[in-house]
Ligand binder design. Structure first.
Ligand SMILES: NC(=O)c1ccc[n+]([C@@H]2O[C@H](COP(=O)([O-])OP(=O)(O)OC[C@H]3O[C@@H](n4cnc5c(N)ncnc54)[C@H](O)[C@@H]3O)[C@@H](O)[C@H]2O)c1
Length: 377
């Protein structure tokens, strides 16, 4: 039996076709994976994809649980890092799946952070035109963001996530105890996305805490950094609910889902200009959120007080990152045009329109944008 202490978030995908999958969230529940696969998938063989860092930490536990339930299993252990979210890793998974004679009734399991989840999900979406897929996210970012909503992809030399698909898992198993082995910097990558949810909460259409999410984040900072079990479980669950609420309405980013890109227009451009080195996703997004906040204030969409309140919260979480001076604002401006967020040649920007409310704009002029970038050095 799965412990009573777990909580489940239901993701409805896509809303019209009534496809549901659960995100099961709890502490020390990795050993339940065998039981869960048995419950949700009638598989015989399971291919677990992980990486060289995560396998020694959690590989054995997963293996034991799956073998106990009688599954035939095999592993693909990828190199670690964003630069391996590529065609070679995808090929390695396809190859092993073919050799292992995985059939469509079987499943591929992703064990790791967003990189493993994204590449494994794309392999599952394409092998035999789609095989069952399970996510076991082990970083805060993957637990609150990338494992929810079905975006799967690999990078290409010319850009991030350019080759991919929308492919939903059969279930997600989120064990918050895996966060204990993350470095503080990796935790902060996830926290940048958590802060983003705080800033866009109202537009996600939920109001699920006793207070606003921003206030909750302000009050619980110490408990969050200390990985207090109850607080982290509540936090991860609420972020999944916020993302699910958006995805349920707009799985394929035809409209509303774009609000999840708050901070990402500038953030992705900075990552690209840095060749994805010396700056991580969370740091870039934190800088991007400050830029978007500045533009929102400059356009008088929010007042000075609310602008300061949001900046103070980012600083409270140690998001005091700056753009490296070797990248100038013109380079970042140009890089924004290569992003998936460009529509008909116009850069799309998510800006605040009120407290915890955002909208998508495509009319931010170059002068304002350069002014915003210049305060970020
Ligand atoms: N699909 C989506 O909707 C979506 C959303 C946001 C981000 N992403 C993608 O997610 C990726 C970033 O994910 P990430 O931040 O999880 O990075 P990551 O997967 O590279 O993990 C970060 C580091 O932590 C290590 N790690 C993983 N779990 C660990 C654990 N429990 N203990 C110790 N170390 C651990 C990893 O091996 C890696 O070194 C990017 O490729 C991004 O494009 C996807």
């Amino acid at each position: 039996m799965i412990s009573n202490k777990t909580q489940t978030v239901k993701v409805e995908i896509p809303a019209q076709q009534k496809y549901f999958y659960p995100i099961i969230i709890g502490e020390n529940i990795l050993d339940k994976v065998g039981e869960l696969v048995k419950k949700y998938i009638k598989a015989e063989k399971l291919l677990v994809v992980t990486n060289k860092k995560v396998y020694p930490l959690y590989g054995e536990k997963i293996k034991e649980s799956l073998l106990k339930e009688g599954f035939e299993i095999d592993f693909v252990i990828l190199e670690d890092g964003e630069k391996h979210k590529n065609i070679n890793s995808l090929e390695a998974i396809w190859q092993k799946a073919i050799e292992f004679k995985l059939e469509r009734k079987d499943a591929i399991i992703a064990l790791g952070g967003g990189v493993v989840g994204d590449v494994t999900g794309f392999a599952a979406a394409t092998y035999l035109r789609g095989i069952y897929f399970v996510q076991i996210p082990t970083t805060l970012l993957s637990q609150v963001d990338s494992s929810v909503g079905g975006k799967v992809a690999i990078n290409n030399k010319l850009g991030k996530n350019l080759i991919g698909s929308f492919y939903q898992p059969k279930f997600v198993l989120t064990d918050i105890s895996t966060l204990k082995t993350l470095s503080v910097e990796e935790l902060k990558v996830g926290l940048a996305e958590v802060l983003k949810y705080g800033i866009i909460e109202k537009s996600c259409g939920l109001n699920g805490l006793n207070t606003t999410f921003l206030q909750y984040l302000r009050q619980n900072k110490d408990a969050i950094f200390a990985l207090d079990t109850d607080i982290i479980q509540e936090l991860v669950k609420y972020c999944c609910e916020l993302k699910a609420a958006v995805v349920n309405k707009d799985e394929k980013e035809a409209g509303l889902r774009a609000i999840l890109n708050f901070g990402h227009t500038i953030g992705h451009a900075i990552e690209k200009c840095s060749n994805y080195e010396n700056i991580n996703h969370g740091q870039a997004i934190a800088i991007g959120m400050k830029g978007a906040l500045f533009i929102s204030k400059k356009r008088k969409l929010i007042d000075e007080n609310y602008y300061k309140t949001c900046l103070e919260l980012l600083d409270l979480y140690g998001m005091d990152y700056k753009i490296n001076k070797s990248i100038n604002s013109e380079m970042i401006y140009e890089a924004m045009f290569g992003d998936k967020k460009v529509l008909s040649g116009k850069i799309r920007f998510v800006l605040l329109t009120g407290e915890s409310e955002v909208s998508v704009f495509n009319d931010v002029d170059k002068e304002t944008l350069i002014e915003a970038l210049n305060i970020l050095y």
